[in-house]
Write a protein that binds this ligand. Structure first.
Ligand SMILES: [Zn+2]
Length: 175
């Protein structure tokens, strides 16, 4: 249905903030809360009016949205570490998670303590500390920065939207 067509929503400062459907976009334009920023040359007719079909709209006011923190999951840790064992540097499909400070020594489940390790390295390190086993990660792990455009990756981007999307997070593909 045409009213379900996706429309990119830009903040007042032109930063993409959301995707809505045409019905919502027309509603925002009608209430003078947003403007159409891409001329599509296509029109929609209602009972008593005619609208240009919106494709990208810009809000007339700033919307502040808290950045969503990444959830600590196996997959997110592997993505952060680019599917690379952080001890030997090999790229693996069947990575494991290693606690840098082992659980038995009080190491917790946190972005700073969880790292991608191949089975061999994980086995070698086991319940020991880095010092005990003489290993060092390629990079000490940190919490990844939130991606403000995460909502875009869930959808197919239309070619008309690309000029408005400064950066689209592409997830690395396992080797
Ligand atoms: Zn390894």
């Amino acid at each position: 249905m045409i009213l379900q067509t996706r429309v990119l929503v830009l903040n007042q400062n032109y930063q993409p903030i959301n995707i809505c459907n045409i019905r919502r976009a027309i509603n925002l334009i009608g209430k003078e809360k947003a403007e159409n920023v891409v001329e599509t040359g296509e029109y929609l007719r209602s009972v008593d009016d005619i609208f240009e079909k919106p494709d990208v709209i810009r809000l007339f006011y700033m919307v502040k949205r808290p950045l969503q923190k990444k959830k600590l999951t196996r997959r997110e840790v592997f993505i952060r570490d680019r599917f690379q064992c952080q001890y030997c540097g090999s790229f693996q499909k069947d990575l494991t998670l290693d606690h840098i400070i082992p659980r038995c020594k009080g190491g917790g489940l946190s972005w700073n303590n969880i790292i991608s390790a191949c089975k061999k390295c994980n086995h070698r390190k086991a319940g020991k500390t880095l010092q005990e086993v003489g290993m060092e990660p390629i990079k000490y792990p940190k919490e990844p920065k939130p991606n403000p455009y995460i909502f875009i990756s869930e959808y197919n981007i239309k070619s008309t939207w690309i000029p408005f999307i400064p950066w689209v997070k592409k997830e690395p593909i396992p080797a």
